[in-house]
Ligand binder design. Structure first.
Ligand code: GTP
Ligand code: MG
Length: 239
């Protein structure tokens, strides 16, 4: 199945080239990388254009302004589907997600799942560089989502995923309003509610070494109020 890796970028000039080349080394004939850049002021978009000119498997979607991760992914999904992708992957461009794990996610989607989640919290998953406080916050967020949504999945906030195209064609992408962490929770929850099979595979999650995090208090706040709202929408049949 032909796969497209969507790579959202905002000021990732120090990471983009290495990431794109590392993906090129693990992808198969016909697989693609789609960089989705929100007009990064540091020149990431121009670098992406140079890479696309050099490497046949790379294309770039330029967006006019920074609108958050969710809208960037939705635009990337639409482009990937229009270009004929049969599998669509999400991953960060900061090396938190190991490009060498991409074939594992693809294989799991091809074998036995409609959506594969790279999971830090199943057996074999790990976060080597995190101290107790970050672990506690991340685990707490997952337990909070688990209590409200009861999905049975261990890692709902991660952003290393592989969708079968038919999943993205079935769920209403226009209805997904989340921008940050909530986007990850919302997409997976909608996919589950639509009756698709979701599988977790263990990943090792590393901290970024170059560039800066775009995490903000607003992103955390959005996840806190959005999760109960998703449950309410599901209960009232409006998801
Ligand atoms: N196109 C686009 N990409 C974004 C936006 N915000 C974040 N990204 C990208 O999304 C990926 C994840 O963002 P990070 O800043 O690493 O956020 P995070 O991984 O949740 O937080 P950290 O754990 O602190 O790194 C990176 O590749 C970012 O460049 C955005 O508004 N638009
Ligand atoms: Mg990150």
């Amino acid at each position: 199945m032909r796969a497209t890796v969507c790579l959202p970028t905002y000021n990732e000039i120090e990471n983009l080239e290495e990431m794109v080349r590392a993906l090129g080394a693990v992808l198969r004939e016909g697989d693609r990388v789609l960089v989705v850049d929100d007009a990064s002021p540091d020149g990431t978009g121009e670098l992406a254009d140079r890479l696309a000119a050099e490497l046949a498997y790379v294309s770039v979607l330029h967006r006019a302004e920074k609108q958050g991760l969710g809208p960037a992914y939705i635009a990337g999904f639409r482009r990937a589907l229009a270009d004929g992708a049969e599998l669509v992957l999400e991953m960060d461009c900061d090396f938190s997600h190991d490009p060498a794990a991409v074939p594992t996610l693809i294989a799991a989607a091809e074998n036995r799942a409609d959506l594969v989640l790279g999971s830090r919290y199943v057996k074999g998953g790990s976060i080597p560089n995190w101290g107790a406080v970050r672990r506690f916050i991340s685990l707490g967020g997952n337990i909070y989502a688990q209590i409200w949504l009861g999905s049975g999945l261990r890692d709902l906030t991660g952003g290393f995923k592989c969708f079968r195209a038919r999943v993205l064609e079935t769920v209403d992408l226009d209805a997904i309003g989340s921008k940050g962490y909530a986007f990850q929770i919302e997409t997976t929850y909608r996919v589950l509610q639509a009756g698709f099979k979701v599988v977790e595979v263990p990943i090792s999650f590393s901290d970024r070494e170059h560039g800066h995090s775009k995490m903000s208090k607003a992103i955390v706040a959005e996840a806190i109020w959005k999760v109960p709202l998703l449950r309410l929408q599901a209960l009232t049949g409006r998801l």
